[in-house]
Design a protein around this ligand. Structure first.
Ligand SMILES: NC(=O)c1ccc[n+]([C@@H]2O[C@H](COP(=O)([O-])OP(=O)(O)OC[C@H]3O[C@@H](n4cnc5c(N)ncnc54)[C@H](OP(=O)(O)O)[C@@H]3O)[C@@H](O)[C@H]2O)c1
Length: 287
């Protein structure tokens, strides 16, 4: 029988077998990352996950005390430093970018996590809510990207892109039950901004993706999550629970390590199926 005539080129083994043996696909050794709002809640989870997979991390906080406390806690996992920044102050994202460039020769990963919500009755919903929530949840991620892009591009290469991960929300996908008008609009805006930036930055070797988390028991949810509403959310959720650390970490590491090299412009729901609207609507008492 004749051979097929197929010849292996030198790159075939790499293409077929890749580097995907063992944990290499999820290894972040040697990478440096930025997590805005990394001293609390979801941001602290993100910082912890990046450190646990070998990256070093810069976190931001408005509070020196909170940032120091978080860095001390994270130091057992790896190298962590902080920059104090209020991202609602004009020019602050630019200062953050300059500070990072002065301290670190590279930046491989930006996690735009800092965010705010605002709940109020429709008739009372104030203009200040729109300024604060759109400013922090949509404009700030854009400004942080502007301020860090040159540093991200410094080490990004074809096939090994730098990463931007925007922290979105199930509220930007499905219509929930809270009166958080600016927040839902902001997260939907951030999701679409993610796609726009992914399209623009692919050829500059930067991927841009979003993680749309379902409810997580953090400071942001304190006002909304009493026992009764937590029970109801768990009941509504197809997978029957709230989002937890491992869910945040698994999705983030997928998008930031080699496993996610070819993924850009994606809004990944990490919500146990919460955003599957028929389930959500059917389970809401008033429907
Ligand atoms: N919890 C949830 O159920 C849930 C679900 C989906 C998505 N998310 C998203 O996850 C992200 C983090 O929220 P979280 O749940 O962890 O809430 P959180 O505990 O209230 O954290 C909010 C973070 O934003 C930072 N921040 C607030 N105002 C800021 C400002 N003006 N400038 C800079 N940073 C500021 C805070 O940093 P400092 O206070 O240290 O300054 C804090 O780290 C948000 O984008 C949120 O929309 C949360």
């Amino acid at each position: 029988m004749r051979a097929s005539g197929h010849r292996a080129d030198p790159g075939e083994s790499q293409r077929v077998h890749g580097i995907g043996l063992g944990s290499a696909l999820f290894d972040l050794e040697g990478r440096h990352s930025l997590v805005t709002g990394g001293a609390h809640g979801v941001g602290l989870m993100c910082a912890r996950a990046l450190l646990a997979h070998g990256a070093s991390v810069t976190i931001t906080s408005r509070s020196t005390e909170d940032a120091e406390k978080a860095c001390q806690e994270l130091a057992v996992l790896g190298t962590c430093d902080y920059v104090v920044a209020n991202l609602l102050v004009p020019g602050e994202a630019g200062s953050l970018g300059r500070e990072l460039a002065a301290r670190h020769p590279r930046l491989d990963i930006v996690v735009n996590n800092a965010g705010a919500t605002w709940g109020d009755a429709l008739e009372d919903y104030p203009p200040a809510a729109w300024d604060r929530v759109l400013g922090l949840d949509v404009a700030a991620p854009f400004q942080v990207l502007q301020a860090t892009l040159a540093l991200l591009e410094r080490t990004a290469q074809p096939g090994h892109p730098a990463r931007v991960v925007n922290i979105g929300s199930v509220d930007g996908i499905a219509v929930g039950e809270f009166d958080n008008y600016a927040y839902s609009a902001a997260k939907a805006g951030l999701h679409h901004l993610t796609r726009v930036l992914a399209r623009r930055l692919g050829r500059r070797n930067v991927t841009v993706n979003a993680l749309a988390f379902g409810p997580i028991a953090t400071g942001m949810m304190v006002g909304s999550l009493d026992h009764e509403s937590e029970d109801r959310m768990v009941t509504m959720n197809p997978l029957g629970r709230l989002c937890e650390y491992d869910d945040v970490a698994g999705a983030l590491i997928y998008l930031t390590a080699a496993a996610g090299n070819y993924v850009t412009g994606v809004v990944l729901p990490v919500d146990g199926g919460f955003s599957l609207a028929p389930w959500w609507v059917a389970a809401t008492p008033d429907n």
